[in-house]
Every structure is written in structure tokens, then in C-alpha cells.
Write a protein that binds this ligand. Structure first.
Ligand code: PLP
Length: 233
């Protein structure tokens, strides 16, 4: 089932890239495996997925202990400072940096592991109260600049979550805002490559608007069951 879903997702990505004249090699597919167990992840891995996304530090840590660094792990959830050490140990990319104090903690823990931690700054491009991320352009610039100054962090891009809506124009606006912000930052020499945007419901719009990292869960693994612990699934 997962292999078949993956084929469908890959075909849709390829078709969209073709139609907007983008090179598919610019795009990293991150399979968001939160709430799914080791066997699901292994199935996707065996079907050729190398990048997986998790949104809880402890869940990521347990899966990392089980599967290790043959997988490129992405942390995509809200990150509390006391959990940074688990995430820095396992994640190649942290997509959800939203404050200087969090960046400082990441830098400290990465330093202790002699690691350079790749991070993305999460930007809030919708009005939804439940979503996190910076809203102020100057704040984003300051945080990216600060990250560049840390010896054990490399800022590589920006991340956003589009509003939960059927209104395609609102979704597109959210993604194009992120792309324009990246362009603006790069005009100031900040050298950001990645735009992490697009999920199951909206990844084709994200590709049209320049996404380089797609975070796709349910289109690959099926519907998540939040009432159960992932270990049982
Ligand atoms: C769960 C999640 C996704 C994937 O969502 P789907 O709709 O299942 O594709 C992407 N990004 C973040 C930040 C998530 O928490």
C-alpha cells in the first residue's frame, strides 16, 4: 500500500514539475511518518524514500534509536528547549526554529556533539492562531543573520504551513509570501536554498510556488490515528 501510494505521489510531483518547467532534482520528498511505526517507515525506505519527518522529539528519538542514521531525519514540530538534545542527535534538518533562544540552545547542543546543525526558520504566513512561526520580516532577517553567526548552526532555508482551507488563493498567497521572503533575504546575501512548504493537501501549489522540500504524510502512509500510540501502529 505504502509503495503504491508513494508511486502516486512521485508521479504527481513529476507531472507538476514538468508542467511548470522545474527540475525534479531540486525537490526533496520528506515522508512525514509521525504516528506511524517502524514497519511503515521501513516499507517507505525500501521503496526508496531516504528523508523522513517527525514532529515530536521523543518519537523521533525512539525511531532514530531503532533505525539510525541510514535515514535522513527532519524535525518539523514545535521544539521545546529541554528536548533540543534529542533532536540535535538525530535530525539532519530542524525546520522549526522560531526564536533566538532556541537557536542558541541548538548551537550549544550541536557544539557538544561537534556537529553542524542545518536549520530552517519557521515563518507564519497565515492568520491561524494555532500555527507557530515568525510573522515579522525584520525578525526573520535578524534570526537568519544570528544563526549565520553561530559556529554550529547553518541556516539553509525557510519553512511554512499554509492555512487549512479550500481557498487555493489563500494557500498560494502563503507559499508565494515565503518565496518572496527568501528572495529578499538572499538579496541581502543570506544564501538560503530551501523552501520547506507543501503537504498532502497542497503540495502541487507549493511546487508551483518554488518549494524545494515537500513534507508529505497521509498521501503516503494513509490516515493518521492520533488516539493511539505510534508504537502499536
Ligand atoms: C503532519 C505534518 C505534515 C504532513 O501532513 P499531511 O497532511 O499528512 O501530508 C507536514 N508538515 C508538518 C509540520 C506536519 O506536522
Amino acid at each position: 500500500m505504502i509503495a503504491k501510494n508513494l508511486q502516486i505521489v512521485r508521479d504527481r510531483i513529476a507531472e507538476k514539475c514538468f508542467s511548470v518547467n522545474r527540475d525534479i532534482s531540486e525537490i526533496t520528498l520528506i515522508a512525514v511518518s509521525k504516528n506511524f511505526g517502524i514497519s511503515s517507515i521501513s516499507e517507505a525506505f525500501n521503496a526508496g524514500v531516504l528523508n523522513f519527518g517527525e514532529n515530536k522529539a521523543q518519537e523521533l528519538d525512539e525511531k532514530f534509536r531503532e533505525l539510525g542514521s541510514k535515514i535522513t531525519w527532519h524535525f518539523i514540530g514545535n521544539l521545546q528547549k529541554n528536548k533540543v538534545k534529542y533532536v540535535v542527535r538525530s535530525a539532519e534538518f530542524i525546520h522549526s526554529v522560531t526564536s533566538l533562544s532556541l537557536a542558541e540552545e541548538i548551537n550549544k547542543k550541536a557544539g557538544a556533539l561537534n556537529k553542524n546543525q542545518k536549520v530552517l526558520i519557521q515563518v507564519k504566513t497565515s492568520d491561524e492562531k494555532t500555527k507557530s512561526g515568525l510573522t515579522d520580516e525584520a525578525e526573520v532577517i535578524d534570526l537568519v543573520s544570528a544563526c549565520k553567526g553561530f559556529s554550529n548552526i547553518t541556516p539553509v532555508g525557510l519553512m511554512t504551513i499554509a492555512p487549512f482551507t479550500d481557498d487555493v488563493n489563500l494557500i498560494r498567497k502563503s507559499f508565494s509570501e515565503l518565496r518572496k521572503l527568501k528572495e529578499k533575504l538572499n538579496e541581502q546575501g543570506l544564501g538560503l536554498k530551501e523552501l520547506s512548504m507543501g503537504m498532502t493537501a497542497d503540495f502541487e501549489i507549493a511546487i508551483e510556488e518554488g518549494a524545494t522540500m515537500l513534507r508529505i504524510g497521509s498521501a503516503i502512509f494513509g490516515k493518521r490515528n492520533y488516539s493511539k500510540n505510534w508504537i502499536e501502529l
